[in-house]
Design a protein around this ligand. Structure first.
Ligand code: FES
Length: 176
């Protein structure tokens, strides 16, 4: 007859250590997850319309970035003084879809243009910083938008839409 050693059969105290460790690990995971999930809504939540925040700090003057909100490309342009002046000197009544530049940006944040990057003709994605007006150019059928995202030439019937957004600080916006 052989005698079992304590190494073969963990004592009750060993079991309690193991059990406590397992609970601690689960507890830690449960604590971290809500934090992570709040910071990064999952793809289906974003696609369903969750607002997104965008830090504007890395966008240099004269640069554009593209982000996605509700599955749509959104252009954010950090406009130069010259681009703003060009957008403002054109008589609004001469535009195919008359809208002033001021109506398309937020007061006090004239340098930031935020538009949905979908051509209003047949839905192609225009290219930023292209075209005769230094705004957006849609190569599909030649629509040209200005530095305010307003249609200036070509078959697109209306300006690039401005999505709902707000400045949550001087350097951050929330879209949606
Ligand atoms: S889809 Fe842009 S010009 Fe036709």
């Amino acid at each position: 007859m052989t005698t079992a050693s304590s190494a073969d059969h963990p004592t009750r105290r060993d079991f309690l250590y193991v059990a406590t460790g397992a609970v601690a690990a689960v507890g830690a995971a449960a604590t971290v997850w809500p934090l992570v999930s709040q910071m990064n809504p999952d793809a289906s939540t974003v696609a369903a319309g969750a607002p997104i925040e965008v830090d504007l700090t890395p966008i240099a003057e004269g640069q554009d970035i593209k982000v996605f909100w509700r599955g749509k490309p959104i252009y954010i342009s950090h406009r130069t003084k010259k681009q703003i002046e060009e957008a403002r000197k054109v008589p609004v009544s001469s535009l195919p879809d008359p809208q002033s530049d001021e109506q398309r940006v937020k007061p006090g944040h004239d340098q930031w243009l935020v538009v949905v990057g979908i051509c209003t003709h047949l839905g192609c994605i225009p290219i930023a910083h292209e075209g005769a007006y230094d705004g957006f150019f849609c190569p599909c059928h030649g629509s040209v938008y200005d530095t305010s995202g307003r249609i200036r030439q070509g078959p697109a019937p209306t300006n690039l839409p401005v999505p709902p957004y707000t400045f949550v600080s001087d350097t951050k916006i929330q879209i949606g």
